[in-house]
Ligand binder design. Structure first.
Ligand code: ASP
Length: 346
């Protein structure tokens, strides 16, 4: 690894989200505004002795409107600016932040620099906004180095006092400032008077050759199981023309009904080369296929064990794997193997 001797350079990318929103005079609804609006409220950024540049998406958006095109645009922007900066901060709406952070962790391989996603629950122009501290701390983490090397060369989500691996995070709260959680992986840093990095949990790249893989296939569906799920609904989902991947949010440790019609539907999906990825709808814990009788049949028919993946990581990983030029066996194998720290190895 090369040792940096210059002033840290951080690129702040503004995509939209509550942090930069104001109330629309006519409708009273929150709409995103340009970056000048944000920087005016955070003059403190100038006090860092960093070289901080900003770039704003032309059309800033509420993150409910994020699509894979936005992931590709963002990944390309970071890839093209990679050599010019030591770290990146992405200001993004909280609603789909974990999806975008997960997607970027798959597109940008061998990442050697921090990409820190943050935003806020209250617009930065409001008195009690959490945006200011989130942004200031995210910039500090993006610039943080130890012996000249990035301390956290990962795609992360920073919110309130916690730095999470992006592809382990989920939005958990639509009101309070601790908007995110990471049920199956420890925080990469806890922020109080000091920023305490959890070095043992941070992933360091084996190679310094950044790779960009931008193809996503969106022929994916998510089915959250619930008691009373009907055969018609199940049939309709697995009959979607062109469907290539189904993320199955099962119960507890990966359990699903053993009704013959349900298992027959799944078997038909697997026979059509649809990747069925079994994840749990619990906030924490993992799928253990074969642990109960209610997952044994799925294991036998070739349903893939998604272990402790979040829904966000499962969906984006599925789209990513299906977007690559891999055969069915390779996609199945990679779906149950960690490729960016997104799941536990066993
Ligand atoms: N609706 C907003 C968004 O995701 C919410 C937020 O930023 O907190 O863009």
């Amino acid at each position: 690894m090369s040792v940096l001797k210059h002033t840290p350079r951080v690129l702040v990318v503004y995509t939209g989200g509550t942090i930069g929103m104001i109330k629309d005079d006519e409708s009273g609804a929150l709409i995103p505004l340009d970056f000048v609006h944000i920087s005016d409220h955070v003059p403190e950024l100038k006090r860092f002795r960093f070289d901080i540049r900003t770039v704003s998406f032309e059309n800033v958006i509420d993150s409910s409107n994020v699509s894979p095109e936005i992931w590709v645009k963002l990944a390309n922007l970071i890839y093209d600016s990679y050599d010019a900066y030591d770290g990146f901060v992405v200001l993004h709406g909280t609603d789909t932040m974990s999806y975008t952070a997960s997607a970027l962790s798959f597109t940008l391989r061998n990442l050697g620099k921090p990409i820190i996603f943050t935003g806020s629950q209250l617009p930065i122009g409001t008195l009690r906004s959490d945006g200011k501290m989130n942004l200031i701390t995210a910039v500090e983490i993006a610039a943080a180095r130890h012996h000249g090397n990035a301390i956290v060369p990962e795609v992360c989500v920073f919110f309130e006092n916690k730095l999470y691996r992006g592809n382990r995070s989920s939005k958990q709260n639509a009101e309070f400032f601790d908007a995110f959680r990471s049920g199956n992986y420890p925080a990469l840093a806890d922020v109080g008077i000091n920023i305490r990095y959890n070095y043992a949990a941070i992933r360091y790249p084996r190679s310094q050759n950044l790779e960009l893989h931008c193809e996503f296939n969106t022929q994916v569906a998510v089915l959250k199981l619930f008691p009373g799920l009907s055969r018609e609904v199940m049939m309709a989902i697995i009959s979607i023309p062109g469907l290539r991947g189904l993320v199955l949010e099962s119960f507890g440790a990966g359990n699903a009904p053993t009704f013959p019609w349900f298992l027959a539907c799944l078997e038909a999906a697997v026979a059509k080369d649809i990747i069925v990825l079994n994840i749990t709808q619990c906030f924490a814990g993992t799928v253990m296929m074969g642990h109960y009788d209610t997952s044994l049949a799925m294991l036998k028919m070739g349903v893939v064990n998604g272990k402790d993946l979040t829904t966000e990581a499962a969906v984006t990983k599925m789209m990513f794997l299906l977007g690559q030029d891999y055969d069915f066996a390779k996609i199945k194998a990679l779906a149950q193997t960690p490729i960016a720290g997104e799941m536990s190895a066993v």
